[in-house]
Structure formats: structure tokens, C-alpha cells
Design a protein around this ligand. Structure first.
Ligand code: 2DT
Ligand code: MG
Length: 226
């Protein structure tokens, strides 16, 4: 008799610019997965519910100030403090949806104006990625791509620190760079046009999820690392 084993869950990151519809799509997706008999849970980053998350929240709402490097490391620490729970959830067979992950972490910091210093630049993509090395790597990164034009048609920004047009434009370019040629995780990205209706986008997101699940099924059961 063979020992029954639970196949691991998939780690699915949802990324995109502000107003691309990430949170709406994550909620729909969670319902669809669960009603399809696929156990799934949602983990949002930053996770503002932890002690580190509280510090991040006061930074984002401009209640406190921190230098660019410190806040960057706190965003990363906020993922590390969830690492064990992410891994045990996956091992128990539950799929995890990540509403933002290390990719937002990299581009939002790298988009900040840099002080003129000698290389290595402390806000380069390479520097920004370093503290996340070793975290669980998503099986697929679903990127909700929205044009500047479509984003502008949607409800306006809130008043958090990064919700400004110039910042968003830099973030857009850096996401492109991250997804592009030369990126060693190029194959992990699943880019969809998020300019359509909620239902249209949800269908495309679902295709990405099925691809993520397929990759897990064909893999060796191990969770890869960043
Ligand atoms: P939400 O609006 O989704 O709560 O994000 N951010 C996010 C970073 O600068 N670094 C990170 O590591 C993460 C996960 C993106 C709040 C803002 O925080 C930014 C927008
Ligand atoms: Mg926001």
C-alpha cells in the first residue's frame, strides 16, 4: 500500500501597479479556488497586523519617517516573519495567494530618488532584492498590467506615501525591467491585461492560476527559494 500524501499548495503572487485591481481579483480568486475544492488562503504584504507591520503602516501613512534603507529592510522582515507559516501552509496542501510580494518590495524602493553616491548604489535593484534572498519563491507571478491611461480612468489615489503619479511611473518602468530579458525569473511571470472588466480580468487571472497549479503538479514537490 502506498502512503497517501498531500500534494503541496501553490504559491501564487499577484502583482501590479496601484489601481490595477489586485485586491479585487485576489478576493474573487480566493472564492473561486475554494468553491472549486482547492483549499486556498490570502496573505497580503505588507502585513500590517504584526508589530513590524504597524511600523510600516505608520510610515506609509506618513505618521513616522524612516530612511529609505531601514523601511526597505522592514518590508523584507515583514515577509521573513511570515516565512514559516507560508511554508507550513503550503506543505499542508493549501494554496496561498500573495497580494503583493518581494517584487513590489524591490520596485517601490528602487523607484525612490537616489542620493549621488559611489556604486554600489544602496537603492539598486540588486541591493533591494538582497534581503529577500531565501524567501519562498512563487510558482507563478500574475502581473496585472494596466496602462497609465486606464489607471487614470479608475478612482483616484488615496493619500498614502507612494500614491503619486511620478512614483507610479517609475514603478511601472521598474516592473518592466524586472520582468524583462535578463531577469533570471522571467519564466515565472504571467502578464495579463488588467484594463478589461472585473469579470474579463478574473478569467485571465484564472488561466494564470491553472498554470501555477500545473507547475506545482509537475514539480518535485519542493518550494523553490528566491
Ligand atoms: P498596499 O496599498 O497594497 O497595502 O501597499 N510596498 C509594498 C513597498 O514599498 N514594499 C514592499 O515590500 C511591499 C510589499 C507598495 C502599500 C504600499 O507599500 C508598497 C504600496
Ligand atoms: Mg495602497
Amino acid at each position: 500500500m502506498t502512503t497517501p500524501h498531500t500534494p503541496r499548495g501553490a504559491l501564487i503572487a499577484i502583482e501590479g501597479l496601484d489601481r490595477a485591481g489586485k485586491s479585487t481579483q485576489c478576493d474573487l480568486l480566493l472564492k473561486r479556488l475554494n468553491s472549486s475544492g482547492i483549499p486556498a488562503t490570502l496573505q497580503k504584504f505588507p502585513d500590517r497586523t504584526t508589530a513590524i507591520g504597524t511600523t510600516i503602516n505608520s510610515y506609509l501613512t506618513s505618521t513616522s519617517h524612516l530612511d529609505d534603507q531601514s523601511i526597505h529592510l522592514l518590508f523584507s522582515a515583514n515577509r521573513w516573519e511570515r516565512r514559516d507559516s507560508l511554508l507550513s501552509t503550503l506543505t499542508s496542501g493549501t494554496t496561498i495567494l500573495l497580494d503583493r510580494y518581494i517584487y513590489s518590495g524591490i520596485v517601490f524602493t528602487a523607484a525612490k530618488p537616489k542620493s549621488p553616491v559611489q556604486p554600489p548604489n544602496p537603492l539598486s535593484i540588486q541591493w533591494c532584492k538582497a534581503p529577500d534572498i531565501g524567501l519562498p519563491r512563487p510558482d507563478i507571478i500574475i502581473f496585472l498590467n494596466i496602462t497609465q491611461e486606464d489607471a487614470e480612468k479608475r478612482a483616484g489615489f488615496g493619500d498614502e506615501r507612494y500614491e503619486k503619479k511620478e512614483m507610479q511611473e517609475k514603478v511601472r518602468r521598474l516592473f518592466e525591467e524586472l520582468r524583462g530579458e535578463g531577469s533570471n525569473d522571467k519564466g515565472d511571470w504571467w502578464v495579463i491585461d488588467a484594463g478589461g472588466t472585473v469579470e474579463e480580468v478574473a478569467e485571465e487571472v484564472w488561466k494564470g492560476v491553472l498554470e501555477g497549479l500545473r507547475r506545482v503538479k509537475e514539480g518535485n514537490g519542493e518550494v523553490r527559494s528566491i
